[in-house]
Design a protein. Structure first.
Length: 251
């Protein structure tokens, strides 16, 4: 590790990755924002899914001040965070064949909807089957993943494929295999993951593009305001009433 404090070096690494995705993923970001805007304009619903720490980025765009009210979390019990005990159960469930199909079959998703799937490695059965199953049902799928895993690891799905192979649009987070940005002679393992920072930024860039695209078409984006500012709750109540048939986190 070169000169600078560990904090400085982490910020440098994260900023470098953000610059890369800003420059190199501009086209798929625009395409993803357009796809979501198309879905909203056509009366479709929006969903986001991620397992483990990838779920943090999915949760960040659901019921979010400044975010789209129509973004719903497609939750898989046991894999949406580290609150399950033991925490390792979530990792094990990601590798279970058939779980994604059971979730999709019991969820409100339908043809014409859009699903954002976040998976850093994209190699486990759950995100692969989620993407395949969603597309079979007639959903459009946006994948957010690190394409490097497909080149440097093996798929854990029977098909030998990765999440990126089953998406309408793929956004590459550029995160290196292992998700650790720093090394130090006195520490035996690499450390300081940046995937949450980068993936969350990618998702918010897509949301911003979606909102602006809708506005350009003369459609008021169904945005939420903070409940901690005057008038925020009243604003949100209006939006949720108008789009109640496409909002599932209130039911």
């Amino acid at each position: 590790m070169s000169d600078g404090t560990p904090a400085d070096l982490f910020f440098d690494a994260a900023i470098g990755l953000l610059r890369r995705v800003r420059e190199e993923e501009a086209e798929p970001i625009a395409a993803a924002g357009t796809l979501l805007a198309d879905t909203v304009a056509a009366g479709g619903r929006l969903f986001a899914f991620g397992a483990g720490h990838s779920s943090l980025a999915a949760q960040d765009v659901v019921y979010r001040a400044g975010g789209l009210a129509l973004m719903n979390l497609l939750a898989v019990p046991g894999v949406v965070g580290v609150d399950v005990t033991p925490a390792t159960l979530g990792s094990a469930l990601e590798r279970v064949d058939g779980l994604a199909s059971a979730v999709l079959d019991t969820s409100p998703v339908r043809a014409g909807d859009a699903l954002v799937i976040i998976s850093l490695s994209g190699r486990n059965a759950l995100p692969v089957e989620m993407a395949r199953g969603a597309r079979a049902l007639g959903l459009k799928v946006i994948g957010v993943t690190s394409v490097a895993y497909a080149a440097q690891t093996r798929s854990r799905h029977a098909s030998g494929t990765f999440l990126k192979d089953h998406c309408d649009i793929v956004l590459d987070s550029k995160i290196a295999v292992g998700d650790a940005e720093l090394t130090l002679d006195t520490i035996p393992a690499p450390f300081a993951p940046a995937s949450t920072v980068v993936t969350t930024a990618l998702l918010q860039a897509i949301m911003a593009t979606t909102a602006a695209t809708l506005a350009d078409r003369g459609i008021e984006p169904p945005l939420l305001r903070s409940g901690n500012v005057d008038g925020g709750n009243e604003w949100n109540g209006r939006v949720m009433q108008e789009y109640g048939d496409r909002i599932f986190y209130r039911r």
